[in-house]
Unconditional design. Structure first.
Length: 459
């Protein structure tokens, strides 16, 4: 679901009615080949909207509505990352509650993170059919159901399904639309808006570390999970505020602008699939996918095992766990806002704070870099594919680190490995800028290159 551009407006037909001012119709989603009874003519399809002709791109950044969307997205990301980034606390609880190995227990956190990113890809596809508001509410309901069921499980294996898969998919459904809708409402100040909204991740990690510690001190771990399920209801409330941009109800759309086929032909589906996969032909986008895989490989390894790591080296006792996680969260919060502003204008706790600050670049910069590479119209599917690579990295690394600990009773090997992957991810991301420039120059050259002359005409 890409933002609407002035060029798109000029291509559409103006509609005049007696009851309303002239409007321009547009549709968004992938190109579709169709005609009456066949599949020959390209046309945009699915989400039909009406826009006033006086609307300009610069209007996106003005008024209260865009910043209301930012606040709602902030709330959504507070809840999502407050749950997935404090999984280290739950990892420690589950190890002692079920007397499980580190590798077996860490699979809960890795599945939760990977399913969250996989759910992001699925929601990026559903955005083409439904609104961001609808997908966020569905995701919140699914995550609430998963956490509620997690409080009833008799063994750790059931947590893989309820706490990890169901909850992760629900959180993933809500995550991508909360980012994409900001790209719809903002143009000039998009990086700042993304930075503010994504700072909810750091704030969520900060506040949920203390909330979960207080819940575990006063309640059983099962009741604490139910309390987290109640917090997830806030995702649905925030989602209701996210009105699609700018869209009118289908009842208000003139009948001559709503004609489209509900069925999708096979040729059209194959066409759109090829168009989506063609993004990987862009070298800088492929490099960005590798970067995200390596980044989440090292990142999730540290997030899941950090609490147990500091316990093994006797750096802190259980009462100091919220402080450690909150230092990471608050530094991540300021880092995300700081990196967003930069993008717009051109001891154990100390180490954790530095890690949290520099990991903050994922929030505002990754969507911005993705838009620069694939364009605003492809941000939904482009960002969705990135989340798949992030999910693969998040899936592999925590069980690998847990297995290494079970064999060696040491976490430092895993942390060195995670740090190496983060360094490699930074080096790859640094090369994407040059790749983008080379790709654009080559594409422009091929476009301006005159076609070869017909040998028959030459004779």
């Amino acid at each position: 679901m890409g933002p609407i551009t002035v060029k798109n407006y000029k291509k559409k037909k103006q509609i005049n009615t007696e009851d309303q001012e002239p409007y321009l119709t547009f549709t968004r989603c992938g190109n579709r080949k169709e005609k009456e009874g066949g599949c020959d003519v390209k046309r945009r399809h699915l989400a039909h909207c009406i826009v006033h002709p006086s609307f300009e791109d610069t209007e996106k950044d003005r008024g209260c509505r865009p910043w209301t969307i930012v606040i709602s997205s902030f709330v959504v990301q507070v809840i999502i990352h407050g749950i997935i980034w404090t999984v280290g606390i739950w990892n420690s609880v589950f190890i002692h509650e079920f007397h499980s190995t580190a590798a077996k227990t860490s699979l809960i956190g890795s599945l939760l993170n990977s399913m969250t990113y996989l759910g992001g890809l699925i929601s990026s596809l559903l955005i083409f059919k439904y609104s961001c508001r609808t997908i966020i509410c569905i995701g919140g309901a699914l995550a609430c159901f998963g956490l509620s069921m997690s409080s009833l499980v008799p063994c750790i294996e059931f947590l893989y399904l309820t706490f990890s898969i169901i909850t992760g998919l629900g959180l993933g459904f809500a995550f991508t639309p909360s980012v994409v809708i900001i790209c719809d409402y903002f143009e000039e100040k998009r990086s700042i808006a993304l930075g503010i909204a994504s700072s909810g991740a750091g704030f969520g990690s900060f506040i949920f570390s203390y909330i979960n510690k207080a819940l575990l001190d006063t309640l059983t771990w099962r009741s604490a999970i139910v309390a987290n399920a109640c917090f997830v209801v806030c995702i649905m409330v925030a989602g209701l505020v996210m009105r699609p941009f700018p869209i009118r109800n289908k009842e208000n759309i003139p009948s001559d602008s709503t004609k489209y086929e509900k069925g999708m032909c096979l040729n059209s589906f194959m066409n759109e699939s090829k168009q989506a996969l063609s993004l990987f032909k862009i070298p800088s986008y492929s490099a960005l996918c590798v970067n995200n895989f390596m980044m989440l490989f090292g990142y999730t390894m540290i997030i899941v095992h950090n609490v147990e790591f500091y316990k093994t080296i006797h750096f802190l006792d259980i009462s100091h766990v919220p402080l450690l996680v909150s230092v990471f969260g608050i530094s991540n919060l300021f880092g995300r806002i700081g990196f967003g502003i930069i993008c717009y204008y051109a001891k154990g706790s100390l180490l954790h704070g530095i890690f949290g600050f520099h990991s903050a670049c994922m929030g505002p910069l990754i969507p911005e870099v993705t838009i620069k590479i694939v364009g605003p119209n492809n941000i939904s599917i482009g960002y969705g594919f990135l989340l798949v690579f992030e999910g693969i990295g998040a899936m592999i690394s925590p069980p690998l680190a847990g297995g290494i600990y079970d064999k060696t009773f040491r976490y430092d090997i895993s942390f060195y490995m995670g740090g190496s992957f983060l360094i490699g991810a930074g080096l790859i991301l640094g090369a994407t800028h040059n790749m983008t420039e080379v790709y654009e120059r080559r594409r422009k050259y091929n476009k301006d290159k005159p076609p070869p002359k017909d040998p028959i005409e030459t004779i």
